[in-house]
Design a protein around this ligand. Sequence first.
Ligand code: CO
Length: 134
Amino acid sequence: MHLGLIHHVGYVVADLDAGIPVYRDVLGMPVGAREVMPDQGVEAVMLGAGPSYVELITPVSDDSGVARFLAKKGPGMHHVAFAVPHLESALQELSEEGVELIDTAPRRGLGGHMVAFLHPRSTAGVLTELVEQH
Ligand code: CO
């Protein structure tokens, strides 16, 4: 298993457009991919020039995990994403090591990256995402 650099940190916000200006205008982070992901019930935007980014996420449906997170905890840090060279083999290896996977197979994430989430029960209470990066 070769975990790479932190690819991004995900923050949940109540309103994407209200959340963007401080990062874009004050902290000078370019605005990258932005899209609604209906299967996740969220809209997200990637900010930054890399190699590490900030991902702002907001719920677009009341029954999404992110909506529950926001209702329960309020806005704030939601997950940390690490780059891996080969996501499918990383998931296979982690599964064999007994790590609890939320996504047993890669799925499409923001900006077309292939991603998968690990359950926080297996990762010291922090929701962890893997992003395939070549
Ligand atoms: Co993410």
